[in-house]
Design a protein around this ligand. Structure first.
Ligand code: 5GP
Ligand code: MN
Length: 321
């Protein structure tokens, strides 16, 4: 990939907007703030950074997270010189910010999802990379940009969260090499670990215990799933943040091959979060207009939960899992 174009475009653009995906995770937020920090450090230029939905409180420690704007705080009629999407697998993942993307003079798409179809003017997609944070480490290195401690903390958080603490299949030698460089810059792995993984609320733990107790098991326990109803979320005062890591807990059962969580949405549809040990679940989610990675993907099915679960199970059962 020719990163010199990326350098030239960023250098020549006066006003830049960086956008993260809906229901932001550590990778999209760490990547967005890391890119913001790097542009500030290398070009003394401030970008606008945008999250189209609520930022989970667990990520409040990420440098520059307080600079993130919501859609309401951004002038939607504005024509940016450059809009950069980070970790955004498909254009509909930026929701109503699509208008800003379409109006921009130039657009860039930096990502690692294999389902990303290269919807921008310039696309930097590396499906071999563990995370968008890792793609950015590569970009910065190849462009010869400085990486200060703030940038390093952002990128480390992105890599750490998308590799599930360097445990998932996407963890490659290059992942450790990049993480190692960030640690050399001054990142403290134990500090970030505590911030990300030892900061669960009591509500999250109790709510997840409830969801797990309601789990259903099919095909000799190869399929594990649970349905999350709005009434249960209300009963526990649980928000979307309380779902974090729930699907992984069902996959962690030794017999599980495919796990999913089906969440009843306000709109009447069903949000699916899927994980697997062997099968390509991105393929299954793509059937419903979603996508993601081989072992971790998601989609929204336009049907009430019971019907959505049936549709999804039909798709799973068509395949070798
Ligand atoms: P999660 O289950 O944690 O919400 O998402 C797992 C993975 O699937 C993430 O990498 C995310 O980007 C992707 N993903 C989740 N929902 C969707 C969706 O509706 N569309 C697409 N294209 N990807 C999704
Ligand atoms: Mn990612």
């Amino acid at each position: 990939m020719d990163y010199s174009i990326l350098n030239d475009i960023i250098k020549s653009s006066k006003n830049i907007l960086i956008i993260s995906h809906v229901n932001p995770d550590g990778d999209t937020l760490g990547s967005m703030c890391g890119l913001y920090s790097a542009i500030l450090d290398n070009f003394k230029k401030k970008c606008d950074i945008l999250a189209v939905s609520k930022i989970p409180s667990v990520y409040e420690f990420i440098p520059y997270v307080n600079n993130i704007k919501s859609l309401e705080e951004i002038d939607k009629s504005r024509e940016y010189d450059l809009v950069i999407n980070v970790d955004v697998a498909a254009i509909d993942r930026i929701c109503d910010a699509k208008i800003l993307f379409e109006k921009a003079k130039k657009t860039i798409n930096i990502d690692h999802h294999k389902t990303n179809n290269g919807y921008a003017d310039f696309n930097f997609i590396n499906p071999e990379a563990s995370s968008t944070g890792e793609v950015l480490c590569d970009c910065f290195e190849k462009m010869g940009w400085k990486i200060n401690l703030d940038t390093a903390n952002c990128l480390y958080t992105a890599i750490l969260t998308d590799t599930g603490s360097f445990r998932f299949d996407n963890t490659k030698p290059q992942t450790f090499e990049k993480a190692s460089k960030l640690v050399e810059i001054g990142v403290k792995p134990a500090d970030i670990y505590k911030r990300v993984y030892e900061s669960d609320s009591k509500t999250l733990v109790m709510f997840q215990a409830h969801c797990i107790s309601k789990a259903k098991f099919l095909c000799d326990d190869k399929i594990a799933y649970t349905v999350v109803y709005r009434k249960d979320m209300e009963k526990f005062s649980a928000n979307d943040e309380c779902m974090e890591g729930l699907t992984e807990k069902l996959r962690a059962i030794v017999t599980t091959r495919v796990a999913f969580v089906a969440k009843e949405m306000k709109s009447g549809g069903t949000k699916i979060s899927m994980r697997s040990k062997f099968a390509d679940v991105a393929e299954i989610c793509e059937v419903f207009g979603g996508g993601g990675h081989k072992f971790a993907s998601g989609c929204t099915i336009k049907a009430p939960v019971e019907e959505a679960v049936k549709k999804l199970l039909d798709e799973i059962e068509k395949r070798e899992i």
